[in-house]
Design a protein. Structure first.
Length: 224
């Protein structure tokens, strides 16, 4: 087993941004599990499947192949051989992801790949249930969060920067609804692992959060 850093937290807390930056600094492999689930959700959307139809979702899993690869230093997510990096970050895909990631077949489809990557080398993995379910033996676990308003503002600014339509109140409502689903789903709900360190990024910049986690990593090596 390699050295594993698990970062969990709600939507918009900055998990992916922080994990990518930290992985680059530490020369770790970054595994964006959220992107993998989003790729599955994109497949369900393209297939016209109702997110409440668990049987149809389970059957559709058989036709979706999700893989990761690096191109010019960037992690690319492939859905049945297609690079879908540019298609999986929409609000529609995000909401479909939250609704369908609760199903056992969707989780089973991706879990083995994620754990295989963690065994093969040093990885930083972020998601909703990494420290609690995917990598319960990770040497370092972080629970990264931020206020609902902060997370909504980050998403709003991101959409505006891209020139896409954005409604702050709707984004805030969507985040609240997503939190409710993620925290109360029957399988692998979002929660802080007992041995995870809590970091609230509401009033912290990216570099400050990265520095905090890097300090935790460096201190770990001083104590073992």
């Amino acid at each position: 087993m390699g050295f594993n850093i698990a970062i969990d937290g709600p939507a918009g807390a900055g998990k992916s941004t922080i994990a990518k930056r930290l992985a680059k600094e530490l020369s770790f492999l970054y595994v964006d599990t959220g992107a993998m689930y989003r790729a599955m959700a994109l497949y369900f959307l393209r297939s016209g499947i109702d997110p409440k139809d668990q049987q149809a979702i389970a059957q559709a899993c058989e036709g979706a192949d999700v893989s990761l690869a690096y191109e010019d230093g960037e992690q690319c997510v492939y859905l049945n051989g297609e690079n879908v990096n540019g298609s999986i970050r929409t609000e529609q895909v995000g909401n479909m992801t939250s609704q369908t990631s609760v199903y056992p077949k969707v989780r089973e489809k991706l879990l083995s790949l994620q754990q295989k990557l963690a065994r093969s080398g040093d990885v930083i993995m972020d998601g909703r249930d990494i420290g609690t379910c995917v990598l319960p033996d990770a040497q370092i676990k972080i629970y990264l969060t931020a206020s609902t308003a902060t997370r909504a503002k980050r998403r709003y600014d991101e959409l505006v920067k891209k020139g896409e339509p954005a409604d702050f109140d709707q984004i805030k409502a969507d985040i609240r609804a997503r939190d409710e689903r993620d925290m109360n789903r029957e399988i692998a709900p979002l929660k802080q692992a007992k041995d995870a360190m809590l970091i609230d990024s509401s009033d912290l910049g990216i570099e400050e959060v990265v520095a905090k986690i890097r300090a935790i990593y460096e201190n770990y090596h001083k104590t073992v």
